[in-house]
Design a protein around this ligand. Structure first.
Ligand code: PHE
Length: 345
């Protein structure tokens, strides 16, 4: 191969390489590097052009012409590509920088707890502060824990199919949280001071005041000298903590198979302050829970000696308390999950 042929080959190869690299370049900096490598002062093509002086006079014009053609081609393509990249970049930047200050703001979304969960947590927290531990029991219960062990006679109306969702002869959906009492008593010796929140089920006609599922918080305390005065004290402290110091309590004699004596506890109406309104049906009082001293029959069934131990228990409806606290007049709203309702809490 003659020197002239070698020169041409080097030139063509540099051209091929440079074109390929320009095609791949996606940044202005990259293009500049290519320009320097091939066309810069010490660039490959520039050096080749400089070496033309070494060739005999008669060979120079042809080689020089080819060199200049290639040089010019690369310069043109580099310039075109540089312009393209520059335009793309500014177009993108214009879009990114655009901000319409007249647009109304967009509110961020933030998840939060369901109002029932909030009230449930608050109730548990208040009792936790008074030394109660938290316990839980299953939603699917046996007849034994839900009824028999709680001293419900076999023919008690609460066992009626109309109230209880039975799964089979023996299994049912618990109708209250009181079975947790029995489950704890079976496992522990007094003193026990427990709060047991959970979901309950009753096969009731659905309306603004009752739903097929709801929540209760059960509380109970068993020790050697627990009295009804302790029960009054703890419930009074709880009610005042939750609804405010001005709220009054009233204990009405009542009946539950698993407590004796039993009471239903009313608070002065938190809506009208006791003057009478539609929520309290002009009575001035609202029932919020059932309570009493745990029946000796319940103790006997779990092996606690009723001569040594005494205890109180109470159970409250979370929905009822949430309705009073938030002024909600239809229990079904808590279960429909309409965001327009839920976002208010
Ligand atoms: N379990 C009762 C109910 O669901 C409430 C209650 C609990 C009453 C504890 C007394 C003691 O109605």
């Amino acid at each position: 191969m003659t020197d002239a042929e070698k020169f041409q080959q080097s030139l063509r190869q540099a051209q091929r390489e440079a074109l390929q690299k320009i095609g791949h370049a996606s940044e202005l900096e990259g293009l500049e590097k290519i320009r320097i490598k091939y066309l810069g002062r010490k660039g490959i093509i520039t050096s080749l052009l400089r070496s033309l002086n070494d060739f005999p006079e008669n060979e120079r014009p042809a080689l020089g012409k080819l060199s200049n053609q290639i040089k010019k081609q690369l310069e043109e393509i580099l310039a075109r590509r540089t312009n393209q990249l520059r335009e793309g970049k500014t177009a993108r930047r214009r879009e990114e920088d655009f901000f319409d200050y007249t647009l109304p703001g967009r509110k961020g979304w933030c998840g939060k707890l369901h109002p029932l969960t909030q009230i449930n947590d608050r109730i548990v927290e208040i009792f936790y502060g008074m030394g109660f531990e938290v316990a839980k029991g299953p939603d699917v219960e046996t007849d034994h824990y839900n009824f028999s062990a709680l001293n419900f006679p076999k023919d008690h109306p609460a066992r009626d199919m109309q109230d209880t969702f039975y799964i089979d002869q023996d299994l049912l959906l618990r109708t209250h949280t009181s079975p947790v009492q029995v489950r704890v008593f079976e496992k522990r010796k007094p003193p026990v001071k427990i709060i047991a929140p959970g979901r309950c089920y009753r096969n009731e006609a659905i309306n603004a005041r009752s739903f097929c599922t709801f929540h209760q918080v059960e509380g109970f305390y068993v020790d050697t000298d627990v009295t009804f005065a302790d029960l009054k004290g703890v419930l009074s402290a709880f009610v005042k903590e939750l609804f405010g110091q001005d709220v009054a309590l009233r204990f009405r004699a009542s009946f539950f198979p698993f407590t004796e004596p039993s009471a239903e506890v009313d608070i002065s109406c938190v809506i009208c302050g006791g003057n009478g309104c539609s929520v309290c049906k002009h009575r001035g009082w609202l029932e919020i829970l059932g309570a009493g001293m745990i029946d000796p029959e319940v103790f006997k069934a779990v092996g606690y000696d009723p001569e040594i131990f005494s205890g109180y228990a109470f159970g409250m409806g979370v929905e009822r308390i949430a309705m009073l606290k938030y002024g909600v007049d239809d229990i079904r709203l808590f279960f429909e999950n309409d965001l327009r309702f839920l976002r208010q809490f």
